[in-house]
Write a protein that binds this ligand. Structure first.
Ligand code: MG
Length: 373
């Protein structure tokens, strides 16, 4: 079996708002083979940059475009290909978008292997701990009490989510507002639901963070996510030492090196790799082991389309330390429509984990062709 082509398809909805909503566009990775099997992956990054990294002609042997590294190779040698990509793109790709592009390819390679073997990816990476997973509703933080209540009532209407996460949006503007918005959010979701708050890296001041986090303790926050930018691991560690709320982070990090630092210097309680950015399913599985070794839960970040949700579900099936699925509740055409039969919650708020060959998904060609750029 040989890889014949690696294609990045950029899709984008007609209007993109400058808000923290990555489901407005995406980079779909298609790895084609000589046996007619195509693997599907996705990258949550700057789509055109990902495409350039894949398509780039080789400069010298540490600066090769990813497609040129892969064509002609057997797609079933997934870990070998991961390290081959890492090695031959070393000058530009040890971190950040190079690893993001590799992540989408890695997801597609697992999809190929599953389709070839006739089993789900979760069966290939260790088998299944579970057949379904409780979902939490992930939305942007509105700016007023009424908007928060309207949003929660809208989502409560049809789904019995296991919790709500409010992130980014109106958070991070002032201390008073950060405290008030979370009081409203707790009131809206009720005391029986888990409430998670994602600051979206907007806090810049440690003492500010400490004061607001102490207020959040009173609201029984299930976790506080990404208070600081990812390079400020000392501040993460200090905050973790001084608050009783669980600290969560991981979506900005890639490779085992960065997760080792996040866990040991950042001292986070909940590790959140994004499989389309951390190095793919291959790395996410190792990160899950690293998290378990350190007594941490692993609850992946996934705020994109059904492709990333499918990859996330396969990982969640195969690890002991996951207990919720981030369910991107943004109602964009791509988040809900790019994959046929988008994952829905059952009456108890769980998402069933497919046990079909590969990722178990099929792209909606009509949506793909309508929005491809
Ligand atoms: Mg987040």
């Amino acid at each position: 079996m040989k890889i014949t082509d690696v294609e990045v398809v950029v899709v984008r909805q007609d209007e993109v708002k400058m808000i923290g909503d990555g489901s407005q566009d995406t980079a779909i990775v298609l790895v084609h083979t000589d046996e007619g099997i195509t693997g599907i992956g996705e990258v949550d990054s700057a789509p055109e940059v990902v495409k350039m990294i894949v398509d780039a002609p080789s400069s010298h042997d540490q600066c090769r475009g990813l497609k040129s590294i892969l064509v002609g190779e057997d797609p079933r040698n997934i870990e070998y290909l991961w390290y081959k990509m890492y090695h031959y793109s070393y000058y530009y790709s040890r971190r950040s978008v190079g690893i993001h592009a590799m992540s989408g390819i890695d997801i597609a390679l697992w999809d190929i292997l599953g389709k070839k073997m006739g089993v789900s990816v979760s069966r290939l990476i260790g088998g299944r701990f579970r057949e379904k997973i409780p979902a939490y509703c992930s939305v942007l933080m509105p700016g007023t009490k009424k908007e928060i209540f309207d949003l929660v009532n809208h989502h409560k209407k049809d789904c019995n989510y296991h919790g709500y996460k409010f992130g980014w949006g109106a958070l991070g503007e002032s201390e008073e507002k950060d405290i008030k918005l979370v009081e409203y959010a707790r009131e809206a979701v009720g005391s029986e639901n888990r409430l998670m708050i994602d600051i979206g890296m907007r806090w810049k001041d440690y003492k500010y963070a400490l004061r607001v986090s102490k207020e959040y303790e009173k609201q029984n926050i299930y976790w506080l996510e990404e208070p600081f930018e990812p390079d400020y691991l000392d501040m993460f560690g200090r905050l973790s030492d001084n608050i009783n709320v669980s600290l969560a982070s991981g979506e900005e990090y890639g490779t085992l090196f960065e997760f080792n630092d996040l866990i040991n210097k950042g001292k986070v309680d909940i590790v959140q790799p994004d499989m389309s950015r951390c190095g793919g399913i291959t790395m996410a599985k190792k990160i899950a082991d690293m998290a378990m070794l350190n007594g941490k839960k692993l609850i992946p970040h996934a705020f994109k389309t059904g492709i990333l949700m499918a990859a996330t579900l396969q990982l969640i099936a195969s690890i002991p330390n996951a207990d919720m699925l981030e369910y991107c509740a943004q109602e964009t055409v791509l988040s809900k429509g790019l994959v046929k039969h988008h994952f829905k919650l059952d009456k108890d708020g769980n998402v069933l984990i497919p046990d079909l060959p590969g990722l178990g998904i099929e792209l909606n060609e009509e949506i793909l062709n309508k929005y491809r750029r």
